[in-house]
Design a protein around this ligand. Structure first.
Ligand SMILES: Cc1ncc(C[n+]2csc(CCOP(=O)(O)OP(=O)(O)O)c2C)c(N)n1
Length: 308
């Protein structure tokens, strides 16, 4: 049952497409392999952890949808064997919000790069967190715009070199866990592409969580960011995560800033309960409309909110 890729790139040689040897083939569109991600990029690792989380949680895959925007991470949607949507730059969250509201039974997951989610999509991010929309957002933070050539992003550490900041970046970056927390997210965690067991467990928790859950995955772009900043190879990056990441679940998210080549704090920073947007809507409409109200949560009646 194995089909070998005929593409001649070195990557394709290594990722010989098989239907039967990789444990995650059930979650992936193997006909799309080889994927576009560079060797040692953490996006693939995160996809594997996500697939493992779905597997462990025994999700009905017909009830899971993945939404991505644009960029290297945006390609995740195309590789997952799920209902998946590769949307426009920065618009994964509004698309996901619509999907969730139209069919609340779906588990809707956004996979996004840091530029896509927090630069062009930043406004959508803060408002979805504020409203506590019941979706899971996974952000691959590679510290730059990867796909378009390594430009500076709102997450680029201070002083780091990028293609648009050849003398260093002098804009303060966002601290994503702090941003998500202060906007209202009910689950906030940060892991690295090295911490695969913890990341998988965290993704399981985030998926289970009712409300806006956010998991940041630190995985500096092993091609553009690492090369420009002379950080070595992907293996050197792995050693870096190993030596410089500290796990601290009790730290306040405002204290988990990332500074260039300094320690990175990982952990689960927030795990709270709060009514979701739909919970609030349902309660409010029931109170205002009484018997006339038909729940938006029921697949049979959701088109009839407040209908006479
Ligand atoms: C409206 C719009 N503006 C700009 C672009 C160009 N563009 C494509 S991907 C990308 C950056 C994506 O960066 P990030 O979200 O960090 O993803 P990565 O590639 O690093 O995974 C940009 C600016 C676009 N596709 N659409």
């Amino acid at each position: 049952m194995s089909s070998k890729s005929t593409t001649k790139t070195p990557q394709a040689e290594r990722v010989t497409t098989t239907e039967d040897i990789h444990p995650m083939t059930g979650f992936l569109r193997m006909d799309r392999m080889p994927h576009i991600w560079c060797p040692t990029c953490g996006i693939g690792t995160t996809v594997k952890c996500f697939a493992a989380a779905l597997d462990k949680e025994n999700y009905d895959l017909d009830k899971v949808a993945v939404v991505s925007g644009i960029g290297c991470t945006g390609r995740v949607a195309g590789y997952m064997k799920l209902d998946s949507f590769h949307t426009t730059h920065g618009r994964a969250i509004p698309f996901a919000t619509g999907l969730h509201l139209a069919n609340p039974e779906l588990k809707v997951v956004v996979f996004s790069g840091d530029g896509d989610l927090i630069a062009i999509g930043g406004n959508h991010f803060i408002h979805a967190a504020r409203r506590n929309i019941d979706i899971t957002v996974i952000c691959i933070n590679n510290f730059i715009y990867g796909m378009t050539g390594g430009q500076c992003a709102p997450t680029t550490p201070l002083t780091a070199n990028t293609s648009t900041t050849p003398y260093g970046n002098y804009e303060h970056p966002f601290n994503l866990p702090h941003l998500a927390t202060s906007c209202g997210a009910v689950y906030v965690a940060r892991w690295s592409a090295l911490h695969i067991r913890r990341l998988t467990k965290s993704l399981q928790e985030a998926l289970r969580k009712k409300g806006f859950s956010f998991v940041e995955v630190i995985t500096p772009c092993s091609t553009l960011y690492a090369r420009r900043n002379k950080l070595g190879t992907g293996l050197d990056l792995m050693n870096y995560y190993h030596d410089m990441c500290e796990i601290d679940h009790d730290v306040h998210p405002e204290d988990v800033d990332i500074n260039f080549q300094e320690n990175i704090t990982l952990g689960k920073f927030v795990d709270i309960e709060k009514p979701t947007f739909l919970d609030c809507l349902e309660d409010g409409y029931k109170e205002k409309l009484g018997d006339k109200y038909l729940s938006v949560r029921s697949s049979h009646t959701r088109e009839l909110v407040g209908h006479d």
